[in-house]
Design a binder for this molecule. Structure first.
Ligand code: C2E
Ligand code: CA
Ligand code: CA
Ligand code: CA
Length: 281
């Protein structure tokens, strides 16, 4: 039996070893990218139907971190964010993203001068719970000379599960600086809906999985309808993300949704590629 498992075990070890070596290479490249401030930020426009008009206009942007390494190529946030989390690098990643967003905010404002600019930044739960989170944000905004009203933070339902009191306290502190909040991936977590009205939430983001299933799955339709009704009764705005087709857009509009984000409108782009986006549909 020992002989029989030999080659198998060896293969397994070689696979593990390769994975380990890859993770180590990724980690040291990530540390370097952070130190050199080489992580980039792309922006995906968010749109709004002005009621009764045939125009859909840009109402803000979501900042999404991007990483390109000369040897490793493009590495998706889905791959390096969990690594940054497990290696304690998330605070640095977050601060770097915030720094770049704040530096880009005046340019984003000039793309759409009629409206005060708003940029949404994703915040992981571990970051949001960090004791220095509020101080870091306020300090960075002060240094950059950008008001909190230009910033929306996208948080997830996991923050509403374990320590709701602390989460609410942190949100209210940040709200004093003018920062607003969106609840990301809404509908995929297990937050008790009762908490929603206790929190200073501006926006619910309907998770893209529901949008993608919308045209072939009646469950998804029911969930989207429920989220829109919830938003109306709590007076919280609702945005649908991950819209890829005109059919999805039409269905969402029929259900009463008026805020949109997705490849159908625009992919996340580097700052220089963005233009004053106005669509007529
Ligand atoms: P998320 O916050 O839910 O972001 C939406 C993701 O969907 C983004 O992927 C975006 O590029 C993608 N997306 C946008 N429109 C469409 C569409 O029409 N169809 C499809 N299939 N996808 C679409 P991305 O940029 O790869 O980011 C993945 C996740 O990584 C984000 O999910 C977020 O959880 C996290 N992330 C990204 N940037 C940051 C950051 O700066 N900080 C933190 N903490 N997390 C980030
Ligand atoms: Ca997000
Ligand atoms: Ca999302
Ligand atoms: Ca997501």
């Amino acid at each position: 039996a020992k002989e029989a498992s030999g080659p198998h075990l060896q293969f397994f070890n070689a696979g593990l070893q390769r994975r380990f070596a890859h993770q180590q290479a990724l980690l040291s490249a990530l540390r370097k990218a952070i130190t050199e401030e080489a992580l980039q930020v792309y922006y995906q426009p968010q749109y709004e139907r002005v009621s009764g008009s045939n125009q859909i206009t840009c109402m803000g942007y979501e900042a999404l971190v991007r990483w390109h390494d000369d040897e490793l190529g493009w590495i998706s946030p889905g791959e390096f964010i969990p690594l940054a989390e497990s290696e304690g690098l998330m605070r640095s990643v977050h601060k770097l993203v915030v720094k770049k967003v704040l530096a880009d905010t005046p340019t984003l404002q000039t793309l759409n001068p009629e409206k005060p600019v708003r940029v949404a930044i994703n915040v992981s739960a571990s970051q949001f719970k960090h004791s220095k989170f509020v101080d870091d944000m306020n300090q960075q905004m002060k240094v950059a000379g950008v008001s909190g009203s230009a910033i929306e933070l996208e948080i997830t339902e996991s923050l509403l599960i374990d320590d709701i009191e602390q989460t609410a306290k942190t949100m209210h502190e940040l709200k004093e600086s003018g920062i607003t909040f969106a609840l990301d991936d809404f509908g995929t977590g297990y937050a008790s809906l009762g908490y929603l009205k206790e929190l200073p939430l501006n926006r619910l983001k309907i998770d893209q999985s529901f949008v993608q299933d919308l045209t072939q799955d009646s469950n998804a339709t029911a969930i989207v309808q429920t989220i829109l009704a919830l938003g109306r009764s709590l007076e919280i705005e609702v945005i649908a993300e991950g819209i890829e087709t005109d059919e999805q857009l039409a269905t969402l509009e029929k259900l009463g949704c008026s805020q949109f984000q997705g490849y159908y409108f625009s992919r996340p782009e580097p700052l220089h590629a963005l233009r004053n986006a106005k669509e007529t549909t």
